[in-house]
Design a protein around this ligand. Sequence first.
Ligand code: UGA
Ligand code: MN
Length: 257
Amino acid sequence: PTIYAITPTYSRPVQKAELTRLANTFRQVAQLHWILVEDRATRSELVSRFLARAGLPNTHLHVPTPRRYKRPWLPRATEQRNAGLAWLRQRHQHQSAQPGVLFFADDDNTYSLELFQEGLWSPGCSGARYMRTTRKVSVWPVGLVGGRRYERPLVKNGKVVGWYTGWREDRPFAIDMAAGFAVSLQVILSNPKAVFKRRGSQPGMQESDFLKQITTVEELEPKASNCTKVLVWHTRTEKVNLANEPKYHLDTVNIEV
Ligand code: UGA
Ligand code: MN
């Protein structure tokens, strides 16, 4: 199956560095299609140039977040993730779907190649541990999130029975969007109305509100050795210090950063 990674991204001083790090990971993954969705009214030159040289099958989308939703306490990237879903549905509407698996990859997180079954191989490790084998919806632990070293689905006899989380344990799916789950393309196509919602979604409930439209906890497929390995980290990049940046351009050349 092709893996589709949907990455929301927005213009800021660290953007190119973040995208470079992500591309360096994804370039090593076979059959990965990168759907990059800019939070902007138009495609930026920077991202267009970047993708042209990224050496990865990709799709470059854009949709601006309405101004009223640009608030620190509101969920981010709702419109961008939905644009990625809409593109996938549109692209596959006329052909019976080829096998595919999609996941949401924020531009600042860290992804182990083991998540894609690429790279390190240990003896006796079974393919069923990895994202690409997702039949409907799969889940795995996320590191450095929720005020803990990690959060993870609790697994008993190969089934998810609860969540190890430090935050709002009442969430039906106590999982971070930062790539704690993958969904098969088939499931996305057979649930054409499943989207991320602004209205009625409480803080931190976007993942749950989306997943409950397409699956149940009983159905979840645990990956990463029955959810005992952290292969994704919710890393966050420090805000850059530009205190000494001159007001007017002083350098003799104009360098893209
Ligand atoms: C956490 C979760 O890991 C995200 O999956 C979730 O979307 C987010 O909270 C949320 O509050 O909605 P966090 O590290 O706090 O993530 O958020 P960011 O990494 O700043 O943003 C998540 C994604 O949205 C990133 O890919 C970022 O590039 C993008 N984004 C952020 C935009 O497209 N526009 C923005 O204005 C801000
Ligand atoms: Mn983040």
